[in-house]
Design a protein around this ligand. Structure first.
Ligand SMILES: [Zn+2]
Length: 173
């Protein structure tokens, strides 16, 4: 497995709508494994393929945070929300493409999700709590949407300027 560089906002590749996966291939499985390694290393709890510059509908996540609890790495090709609760919840979200910036986002508290797993099998499962927020955040990436798009315009512009500055600084070293 290889760690891949994570794109930092603003980047046109983070704003594109990603294409569905027609058929699983070894290349796509390798990409998914690389993404998990990249995510754990960051460290983060979710990563979408556009964040490593690939505009394909693939996300990985593991929202197990409690110490001593077994990790639960999930690889989802073509993830799709098939139902969402009316009840909503608010989480302070962050993003590996927008380092060290956070903002409260309100989303459905529970979602029912369908996806294709690493072995090409269709899966369906309900997610709640942090998992529900995380899958929605990652699926947003596949539609070119970032969590800062839910924030007030001034806050979004402030964060974007900070990221432009961060990218200039990183380019200099
Ligand atoms: Zn993100």
């Amino acid at each position: 497995m290889t760690k891949r560089p994570i794109l930092i906002h603003p980047d046109p590749r983070l704003k594109k709508v990603s294409a569905p996966v027609p058929d699983l291939s070894d290349d796509l499985r390798r990409l998914a494994d690389d993404m998990l390694e990249t995510m754990y290393d960051a460290p983060g709890i979710g990563l979408a393929a556009p964040q490593v510059g690939v505009n394909t509908r693939l996300i990985v996540l593991d929202c197990v945070k409690a110490e001593g609890e077994a990790p639960r790495p999930l690889i989802m090709f073509n993830p799709e929300i098939v139902a969402a609760s009316d009840e909503r919840s608010v989480y302070e979200e962050g993003c590996l493409s927008i380092p060290e910036q956070y903002g409260e986002v309100e989303r459905p508290a529970e979602v029912s999700l369908r996806w294709i797993d690493r072995d090409g099998r269709e899966q369906q499962e309900d997610f709640a709590g942090l998992w529900a927020t995380c899958v929605q955040h990652e699926i947003d990436h596949l539609d070119g949407k970032l969590f800062i798009d839910y924030l007030k315009p001034l806050r979004r512009q402030l964060i974007t300027r900070r990221m432009q500055k961060l990218k200039r600084e990183r380019a200099r070293v």
